[in-house]
Every structure is written in C-alpha cells, then in structure tokens.
Design a protein around this ligand. Sequence first.
Ligand SMILES: Nc1nc2c(ncn2[C@@H]2O[C@H](COP(=O)(O)OP(=O)(O)O)[C@@H](O)[C@H]2O)c(=O)[nH]1
Ligand SMILES: [Mg+2]
Length: 300
Amino acid sequence: MANKFGFVSLIGRPNAGKSTLLNRLVGTKLAIVSDKPQTTRTRILGVKNYPDAQVVYLDTPGIHRPLHRMNVRMVDAAVDTIREVDVLGLVLDVTEAPGKGDQFVVDLIKHAPSPVFLILNKIDLIKKTRLLPILERHAKEANYAEIIPVSAATGDNVERLERLIIDRLPEGEPRYPQDYLTDQPERVFASEIVREKLLQFTHNEIPFSSAVVIDRFEEATPSQPILRLYCTIVVDRESQKPIIIGKGGDMVKRIGTAAREDLERFFGTRVYLDLQVKVKTEWREDEHVLNDIGLGPQKL
Ligand SMILES: Nc1nc2c(ncn2[C@@H]2O[C@H](COP(=O)(O)OP(=O)(O)O)[C@@H](O)[C@H]2O)c(=O)[nH]1
Ligand SMILES: [Mg+2]
C-alpha cells in the first residue's frame, strides 16, 4: 500500500474543542486548553506518524468577530488554512445550540477546495439518542464529506476519524522526520504554559487582555542544570495589574508555581521562572507585541 501524506486543519468556533482534539490526535499536549474562548492565538502544527501515513494537523484560533488587530490576525490564521489543506475539519460543540457564529463558519467553508469533515465534538456530554437528529440536521446544511461524532476528551471515535482522514489524503512520502512533532519553538511553548495558568486562575476580562512574552530563555547546561525563564505578563490596563499580582503577590506566585511544575515536567529539568507584570495600553493593536506572541506575518 502506498504511503499517504497530507495537511488537515481543525477550524471552528471558540471553545469547540479544537485544541483538545489536536492534543488527542498527536498524543502530546501541544496546545493549551481552557474553558475561556479565544485561548488559542496562533496556528499550531502537530505531526502524527501512522504505519501508512504522515498527517500534519493544524490547530487554529476560534473564528469570531474580531475587535482588535490581534483578533483579526487570529481569525486570518484560521481562515488562511482553508485553502492550504487536504482535509478540512470543522469542529463543532454538540452541546451548543446553533447560533449566528456557526452559520458564518458554515458559509466560510462552503467553497473550500478540499473535502470538509464535520466533527461533532463532546459527545460524552449528551445522550446517544440525542445524536441522531443532530446528525440529520447538519447533513442538510452543507455538503460534508463526512460527519463524525467524537469526544476529544475521552478519545471516543477519534481513531475512526483518523482512518477516514487518511483515506482522503493523497499519496505521498513523509515530509517531516519521524521524531518531528511541532514547529512551535520551545520559548513559545513556555510562554503558552504560563498563559494557560493565567487563564485558569483569573476571570473576567483578564484572559482576553493579557499576553505572555518571554524576555529571556536560558537553556540548562551541564554546569548549570537549570532552565532560566524571564517572562512578562502584559496587560491592557492599570486596574488589571493588581488582579494578576494578587494579595501580597499570591496570584502571581500561584501562576508561577503551577507553570513551573508543568515546565519542569515538559523540559525534564529544573526551571527557574521569573514573572513580571507590565501595563501596555492597547497592546492588542501593537505590531511589536503581536510579533512577539507569534502573530506576525505567518506562512505554512
Ligand atoms: N466534556 C468534554 N469537554 C471537552 C471536549 N473537548 C474539549 N472540551 C472542553 O472544552 C473547553 C474548550 O476546549 P478547547 O480545546 O480549548 O477548545 P478550542 O477553543 O476549540 O481550542 C475546555 O474546557 C475543554 O476541556 C470533549 O470532547 N468533551
Ligand atoms: Mg484552542
């Protein structure tokens, strides 16, 4: 049997479970996940090798109405993948009632050049009997190549999804080495872990109006077996700074401790993490910050 190779993009509304599915597909946590919308800000690539195929999965920011330059870049990063892939995976949360935003996404993919898979996610949250009418409703709305119910959280039906994807990929040799997992640099991964903890422990406007920038990343060496990370949490307004710092610094300490534990596990080394909090008004419009967080000009 010939080898297959291809690109598959996961697109959809915020919170549908795209990043959870990417992590499930590649078997490693590449993308941070949270219950807040707009967690993913850039396109994240993950490579998976099968006995007969190499598949490059692309996780993308959720498609939403952009109110800042940052959000325009985020949505572009998702929409740009539509023309670049061999299979387009539209991820939908089955527990959500259909809304205007869904219609926007469905219209967007109607002229996609590649087969579109509708991936109905979070089936662990609904009764099996509720699934059939949902499947029928979606079958009428567009010409999907496949409609597949899955649970990214439990892994239910994900292997079947992978088989159906591989069936649709063109023949081709692997383009990445067997041990290649992602194009995401280690420093970006590190800043994302810090941002994940920030999202986890803070509420209201903080998740949307903060970014994490790595100022210095000093790798561990045999004589200095500790990775040193100097990060700045950037917020939009003066009033947000004390929320992140917390009473007597307890919030920033909590974020730092949780991030350090994850980072030590991931890098397999001791980690020193320095966290600063800075106010930079309107950073979401600022070219330099956007470049720093990976939202500069992007290409596959
Ligand atoms: N119960 C359940 N929760 C899920 C599933 N997939 C994702 N989630 C949760 O949905 C939320 C959003 O997930 P995330 O992957 O960040 O969504 P994204 O914005 O589309 O990337 C998180 O709280 C996830 O834990 C699933 O299959 N079942
Ligand atoms: Mg995401």
